[in-house]
Design a protein around this ligand. Structure first.
Ligand SMILES: NC(=O)C1=CN([C@@H]2O[C@H](COP(=O)(O)OP(=O)(O)OC[C@H]3O[C@@H](n4cnc5c(N)ncnc54)[C@H](O)[C@@H]3O)[C@@H](O)[C@H]2O)C=CC1
Ligand SMILES: C[C@H](O)[C@@H]1OC(=O)[C@H](O)[C@@H]1O
Length: 253
């Protein structure tokens, strides 16, 4: 098992990519801490599944856009699980909208959740790991959108470039503490974040046609890469970005 005896924490772990990664971490031997916006009742089934795998779990409800959520989440992890080895900044939103009439509030909210939320969380996780003095791994869920644009994502793609850049800079800042920092760059993965967008079958098929592996991604496609980057198998990998897109990015012509 890749994360035997480790403590794994993730934001936005109630749904989609975060939920798949949380379950895979438990399968790979880790105790799992999750934070999300949803009620504790909404994650009971997920926590039961983690328990059935023989692992401890905790759920902390909060909004990552608020700096105090990071403090509260880390305090809960310390008191209930006793440490932190792998931290994944995953929570995010993508409210598709055209550029010219984008409301300032949509821009502000997207930046606050995706970029400031990631920053607050990564900073608190790193402080915790440095205090512990046993190194660690931090992974940010960025996107292929850190590298390419989207007409309806002008407020979103800069946040994904931002978290990719955050991992590059924190890799340098935290390397001397034995903390590795990497990002995963998913292509289009079917989750609730894009259910409405992909309900347009012409758009969905257009995306699939550009993917050499011939399908959109599923949340489980990210679970392995995230666990790998958190594990000692990736012990010399830091400051890296792993595209998980079925080959979409390289498919120019
Ligand atoms: N689905 C996709 O095609 C892609 C997704 N991503 C990124 O993956 C990450 C996870 O997204 P998905 O699993 O696809 O979507 P999702 O909607 O299934 O999961 C996102 C989770 O984040 C939580 N969340 C949203 N705002 C929050 C806040 N302010 N505080 C705490 N939790 C909050 C939601 O409640 C939800 O559980 C996001 O950062 C997204 O940008 C990146 C590339 C592609
Ligand atoms: C939510 C979108 O479908 C998804 O988000 C990303 O970051 C990808 O680039 C896709 O556009």
């Amino acid at each position: 098992m890749l994360l035997e005896g480790k403590i794994f924490a993730i934001t936005g772990g109630a749904s989609g990519i975060g939920k798949a990664a949380a379950l895979e971490a438990a399968r790979q031997g880790a105790d799992v801490a999750i934070t999300d916006l949803v009620s504790a009742e909404a994650v009971q089934q997920l926590l039961r599944e983690i328990g059935d795998l023989g692992r401890r779990s905790l759920y902390y409800r909060g909004d990552v856009a608020l700096a105090e959520t990071a403090l509260g989440f880390m305090a809960a992890i310390e008191s209930q699980l006793g440490g932190l080895d792998v931290f994944v900044s995953n929570a995010g939103i993508c409210p598709f909208h055209a550029f010219l009439d984008l409301p300032a509030e949509t821009l502000r909210q997207t930046v606050e959740v995706n970029l400031l939320g990631a920053y607050f969380m990564v900073q608190e996780a790193a402080r915790f790991m440095v205090r512990q003095g046993r190194g660690g791994a931090i992974i940010a869920v960025s996107s292929i959108s850190a590298l390419v644009g989207g007409a309806y994502q002008t407020h979103y793609t800069p946040t994904k470039a931002g978290v990719h850049s955050l991992m590059q800079s924190t890799a340098i800042a935290l390397g001397p503490h034995g903390i590795r920092c990497n990002s995963v760059l998913p292509g289009t993965i079917r989750t609730p974040i894009n259910a409405d967008d992909l309900a347009d079958e012409t758009k969905a098929q257009g995306l699939i046609d550009r993917i050499p592996l011939g399908r959109l991604g599923e949340p489980e496609d990210l679970a392995g890469p995230i666990v790998f980057l958190g594990s000692s198998l990736a012990g010399y990998v830091t400051g890296a970005a792993l595209l998980v897109d079925g080959g979409c990015f390289v498919n120019l012509q």
